[in-house]
Each structure stands twice: as structure tokens, then as C-alpha cells.
Design a protein around this ligand. Structure first.
Ligand code: GDP
Ligand code: MG
Length: 455
């Protein structure tokens, strides 16, 4: 999961609080030290860590809990709120104005993920009904414009490049008349291996001329404390209006990039969570912190699900997981939906209470072709077999294989998948108790938690 190390340390720290009998000054001091250690080891800026923990300590010692909330819940709430404050307060996103085109420029060092993020963002806005084009102004790497063009072609987005022209400003001018046909224009710029004067000057000139509506700094999650200096330098030369932190799917500590945004007062707008075009998440600090603390992020789950299934269906799926209800037909529907939504692990961590659950890798992710075969198998099963798959022994397997035009091996594979799934459901069922407790806790917070959690 995203920042798993930090998440598990914080969850451990909070469970120390939940398990303790007395909440006193000593315990709060320990809590504060644990949080400091966890954040520092995730590369969060030292100064910010101390400011944050001072605040938590002060509030935990002095603030009185509101009526109906016990001391422990109160303290967990303070930690949650202060972490949300540190990591951006509220979802900022990008409000696209109708101005034809709304210009989004991307800047950042070489390899930070600019070009990839441009294509992800183009798809994101295209899906939401905007007419989008990309413009390639990275003139320094010979393959840069080809890469942009290929990626844009793959999602059928128009792309303007000029491989012969070496002055990015000229390329901007060549196509100037075309832009007004688009709602959103996303502009790729060059990077360098390290911060350099000529890179910053090039960005400054482009920024002054193009006057983008949004200037997004793209930073990789793995750059650690260098993030702050980078963000400051870009911001000084071309006002950074927001940040995309990429490679959040890796093992990087990410705290450097996440906290650098706080230091330059530029909000994080999106997270890159993989190499594919769909691996982009709208950044929501409340949901992000909820996930870190193992409280799930239903809002992000529903947002993700929106593109492939209806909101009702998504809720239905997560409820079935939590309740542990399960038969062969459910297995099929779940596999079908999960396949569309992405790896199961990523989905599970967004469900309140299941975030910290260890899942067998890619459990319910099967290939499309296999899924089709299994559908035939299921169609050939009798009602009693669907409800109680344990009835399906050898002679029935052969009958089903014949009837469905598959092989016994394929029928057995489906049954194996079912048993594996059932085993996991049992674990999930056990955890569901915990989900209830969490929801009770969430209710007590009364509106302070992300909306999607208050179920
Ligand atoms: P640019 O030089 O800033 O344009 O960077 P690119 O967009 O070419 O990306 C550099 C490398 O990082 C490529 O191999 C991308 O596939 C990879 N990359 C970009 N974003 C992500 C992300 O969110 N997760 C992962 N795992 N890889 C990414
Ligand atoms: Mg590039």
C-alpha cells in the first residue's frame, strides 16, 4: 500500500493509545515521540515534524474532549486532524474554467513522471467530457516528443509536437491558432537530471509567455529531503500552483515530497500510483490520512468505482466483503468488478477496517479469457451446486465441463479460486467486527471525518 511503513507505524502508535488504561502525560509524551520517529523515518521535513508534534502534544494535554467522546477517541481525533493539516487540509483538485483552452503546464526534473502524468491527466479530463490536447515542448531529449505522441495516440488524444524545432517557444507559436478548439491544453516541458540555471530559465520564459492557468510541479515520491529545495526553486521561477506526486505505488518513503508542498504552500492535486494511464488519484488529504491510519477511504473507492460500476454496486461489493457472504455467483461478480477496478489489494485498503489486512497477491484478479470460461462453467451448474459448491465432486465436474464446453481442469480451477476466496472471506468476516467499532468511532467524530466514512 501507499506508504505502508509509515501507515503501520502510525497504526501501531494509535493502538497503544487504544489499549492503554490511563491516559496521562507520560503516555502522551510517548505518543508524540512515536509519531516523530514514524514521520522522520518517512522523510518528512524535520521542522514540520516538530511543529506538528508540538501541536498534538499541546492539544492532547490542554483541550477538553467534547461531550460523549472519551479521552482516547479525542486524542486519536487530534492526531488525525493534525496529520490532515500537515498533508494539505482539504481536497483542492483543479477547477477547469471554460476558456478554451484552459492551460495546464507541467514542470519537474527529468524522470519525475511529467509525460506519464500528462497522459493520465488528459484521460482523466477527457473521461469527464472535456476536449483535451497535449503539447510537447521537451526539445532536449530526442525521444521525448515521440513518447508523448505514442501515449496520446494510445488514448486517442490530439497531440502537437515538432521534432525539428529546437526552441520550445517557437513550437508554442506554431500551433497557437489550434488551441482554441480545445477545453484543456496540457503542456509538457523539458527536465534536467538536476536543478540547473538553464532549466529554470527555460521554464521561466515559457511560463511568462504561455501564462498557464495551472503550473503543476511533478515530483517523484522517492526524492526525500531534496524535494523542498526543488519545490522552492521551481516556485521562485514559475509560480507553482499545485503538485503531482508520482510513484506513490513504490516503496518510497514519500514524506519529503508530501511535506515539501506544505513548505511552498502549493497543494498536492493528484497522486501517481502506477505506470498505467488510469493510475492517477485525485488527492484528498482526509482520505489519505484515513487510509494511513487504517480507517479506509470509501470516497476514493467510490470515485474509482464510478468509472466501471454504479455507486450502488460498489457499496454492495464492499458490504458483501465485510459481511463475508459468499457463493459461486458472488465470486464471479466480484471477480468481474474487481478486474475492472484494479488490483484487489488497492481496493481493500480503501474499505474501512480492512486497510491493514494482508491479502494474497492478486487473489481475485484473473485474466479476462479465464473469466469468460468460468462464466460458462457457472451457467452449467445446478442451483444447489451454485449455493453449495462443496457438492461438486468428480462426476459432477465432468458433467459441468462437458455442458459448458470447458475442461475438468478449468472447472477445478474455479473451485480452487472459490475455496481460496472463502478462506479470505472468513478472515475478512473476523475483521468486520473491527469495522463496526471503527464506524462507531467515526460517528462520534460527527462530521469531522471524511464524509464517505460516516456510514
Ligand atoms: P519525465 O521525464 O518527467 O517526463 O518522466 P516520464 O513520464 O517519462 O516517467 C519516467 C518513468 O517513471 C517512466 O518509466 C514511467 O513509467 C515512470 N512513472 C511515472 N509515473 C509513475 C507512477 O506513478 N508510478 C510508477 N511506478 N512509475 C511511474
Ligand atoms: Mg518527459
Amino acid at each position: 500500500m501507499v506508504m505502508d511503513n509509515l501507515g503501520s507505524k502510525l497504526r501501531q502508535t494509535l493502538s497503544n493509545i487504544t489499549r492503554s488504561i490511563f491516559i496521562d502525560k507520560k503516555l502522551i509524551n510517548e505518543l508524540v515521540k512515536d509519531i516523530q520517529r514514524a514521520l522522520l523515518s518517512a522523510d518528512v521535513n524535520v521542522k514540520l515534524v516538530f511543529e506538528l508534534t508540538e501541536k498534538i502534544k499541546e492539544r492532547a494535554l490542554e483541550e477538553k474532549e467534547s461531550k460523549g467522546i472519551d479521552k482516547k477517541t479525542h486524542i486519536i481525533n487530534i492526531v488525525y486532524e493534525e496529520l490532515v493539516n500537515l498533508l494539505g487540509k482539504e481536497e483542492k483538485g483543479i477547477k477547469v474554467e471554460r476558456k478554451k483552452p484552459f492551460k495546464i503546464m507541467m514542470v519537474g526534473l527529468f524522470g519525475s513522471g511529467k509525460t506519464t502524468s500528462i497522459v493520465k491527466l488528459a484521460k482523466y479530463y477527457n473521461k469527464r467530457g472535456y476536449k483535451v490536447a497535449a503539447l510537447g515542448l521537451d526539445v532536449h531529449r530526442p525521444a521525448a516528443s515521440d513518447q508523448l505522441k505514442q501515449l496520446c495516440d494510445s488514448i486517442k488524444i490530439d497531440c502537437f509536437i515538432d521534432k525539428k524545432e529546437k526552441d520550445p517557444l517557437q513550437i508554442w507559436k506554431i500551433y497557437e491558432k489550434e488551441y482554441k478548439d480545445y477545453d484543456v491544453l496540457i503542456i509538457d516541458t523539458a527536465g534536467r537530471a538536476a536543478l540547473s540555471e538553464d532549466l529554470l530559465e527555460e521554464i521561466r520564459i515559457l511560463y511568462d509567455k504561455i501564462k498557464p492557468d495551472e503550473n503543476l510541479l511533478v515530483m517523484s515520491a522517492d526524492i526525500g529531503q531534496a524535494a523542498q529545495k526543488q519545490a522552492e526553486a521551481f516556485n521562485k521561477n514559475a509560480n507553482v500552483s499545485g503538485v503531482i506526486v508520482t510513484k506513490m505505488d513504490g516503496t518510497a518513503k514519500a514524506g519529503g515530497s508530501l511535506s515539501a508542498c506544505n513548505a511552498v504552500k502549493a497543494p498536492i492535486k493528484f497522486l501517481g500510483v502506477g505506470e498505467k494511464v488510469d493510475d492517477l488519484e485525485l488527492y484528498n488529504p482526509e482520505g489519505f490520512v484515513s487510509r494511513l491510519l487504517g480507517m479506509g477511504d470509501l470516497k476514493a473507492l467510490l470515485e474509482k468505482a464510478k468509472d466501471v460500476i454504479t455507486e450502488e454496486e460498489a457499496k454492495d461489493i464492499s458490504e458483501k466483503f465485510v459481511k463475508g457472504e459468499f457463493n459461486l455467483i458472488d465470486l464471479y461478480h466480484q471477480m468481474e468488478a474487481m478486474n475492472k477496478m484494479g488490483p484487489l489489494g488497492k481496493v481493500m485498503e480503501m474499505i474501512p477496517g480492512l486497510g491493514s489486512l494482508e491479502m494474497p497477491k492478486d487473489l481475485l484478479k484473473v485474466q479476462e479469457g479465464k473469466l469468460k470460461k468460468w462464466k460458462y462453467v457457472i451457467d452449467s451448474c445446478r442451483k444447489e451446486e451454485l449455493e453449495n459448491p462443496d457438492l461438486i465432486e468428480r462426476s459432477r465436474i465432468e458433467r459441468i465441463a462437458k455442458g459448458s464446453g470447458t475442461t475438468s481442469k478449468e472447472v477445478r480451477e474455479l473451485l480452487k479460486q472459490y475455496r481460496l476466496g472463502k478462506k479470505v472471506m472468513k478472515t475478512v468476516g473476523g475483521k468486520a467486527m473491527k469495522t463496526k467499532d471503527i464506524n462507531k468511532l467515526v460517528k462520534q467524530f460527527k462530521g469531522k471525518m471524511p464524509k464517505g466514512l460516516g456510514i
